[in-house]
Write a protein that binds this ligand. Structure first.
Ligand code: DO4
Ligand code: MG
Length: 296
């Protein structure tokens, strides 16, 4: 079952997405549904099914006509790094100016270490809803989207559902010095997620999700690459357990689980590009790209 959130008469409204039809739910946020299910000693899936069976939902909206919001108002988005072999190779490439040698880099070490790389990626105000502009930095010449599966968790670290996230990244800033990671990852509107959350209890196998990245420029598809979560080096719960350890985590937090898709090394995003990330079980996360103008 896929849950979305949209503006209905300017009010955030939760909805169930089936084919291209959306049935509104009596909640304004995903966590309200989760908490109501917990109070009623049931699960979100059963509660929504009950609302539908009781014919308490009669209105239907057309998905393509909605003003989408992120499917949960996530106070924070965290991200995992170097959880796929492909990401390890790409990080080594950008850090070595293409002159790869086989010595053990930080990226090689973190790929094999027990403790994963985790970092704060975004806050609610910096996170962009589906179909709205994602920014690229004014001071970077090498920027890419990172298509990732995101887990939606509660404050105890329980995985409630799965979504699609975009961990926009500056490869030249990170490649210059790994200590620049926060600047390579966080700026105004550098993260989006959505369009839906597929409930954990209704997703048969989160380790077999095909992710496809498409990038369009002047109407033409210029990048198309796919990967599968069966290549993930770690388990979702393992990443969550490190995130919640000795930490303060809020209900509705999203943890992105790393990328296995890296566009060709010569590629960089440009103003006017359109990014689409598809996971068939979840949907398509679409965002146009806008280049920030330096105020220096
Ligand atoms: O080490 C830098 C971040 C890597 C990352 O974001 C990823 O692997 O997805
Ligand atoms: Mg990433």
């Amino acid at each position: 079952m896929r849950i979305i959130r949209f503006l209905n008469n300017k009010k955030p409204t939760l909805g169930v997405l089936k084919s291209q039809q959306v049935s509104p739910l009596p909640y304004s946020d995903f966590m309200e549904l989760v908490n109501d299910a917990e109070n009623k000693k049931t699960t979100p899936l059963k509660l929504v099914q009950q609302l539908i069976d009781d014919k308490r939902i009669t209105e239907v909206f057309v998905y393509g006509e909605l003003n989408l919001l992120t499917p949960v108002a996530a106070p924070e988005v965290w991200a995992s790094g170097v959880t796929y072999f492909k990401s390890r190779e790409a990080r080594n490439f950008e850090a070595s100016n293409g002159d790869m040698d086989s010595s053990q880099t930080f990226y090689d070490k973190v790929y094999d270490a027990e403790r994963p790389e985790l970092f704060l990626k975004s806050t609610e105000a910096r996170t962009i809803v589906p179909n709205k502009d994602l920014n690229i930095r004014s001071d970077s010449e090498w920027q890419i989207p990172e298509p990732e599966v995101g887990v939606v968790i509660n404050k105890k670290g329980k995985i409630l559902g799965y979504t699609i996230g975009n961990d926009m990244s500056s490869r030249d800033i990170e490649g210059e010095n790994p200590l620049y990671l926060p600047q390579a990852k966080i700026w105004k509107s550098s993260c989006s997620f959505g369009p839906a959350i597929v409930l954990a209890e209704s997703l048969p196998d989160p380790y077999n999700l095909e992710i496809t990245l498409s990038i369009y420029r002047e109407g033409m598809k210029i990048v198309e690459e796919s990967a599968n979560t069966n290549q993930l080096k770690r388990e979702y719960d393992e990443l969550v357990s490190f995130l919640t350890r000795d930490n303060m985590i809020f209900d509705g937090t999203v943890l992105l689980t790393g990328t296995s898709i890296v566009p060709p090394n010569e590629f960089t995003l440009q103003d006017g590009d359109r990014i689409e990330i598809e996971v068939p079980e979840i949907g398509i996360l679409t965002n146009p790209v806008k280049k920030l103008i330096s105020k220096d």
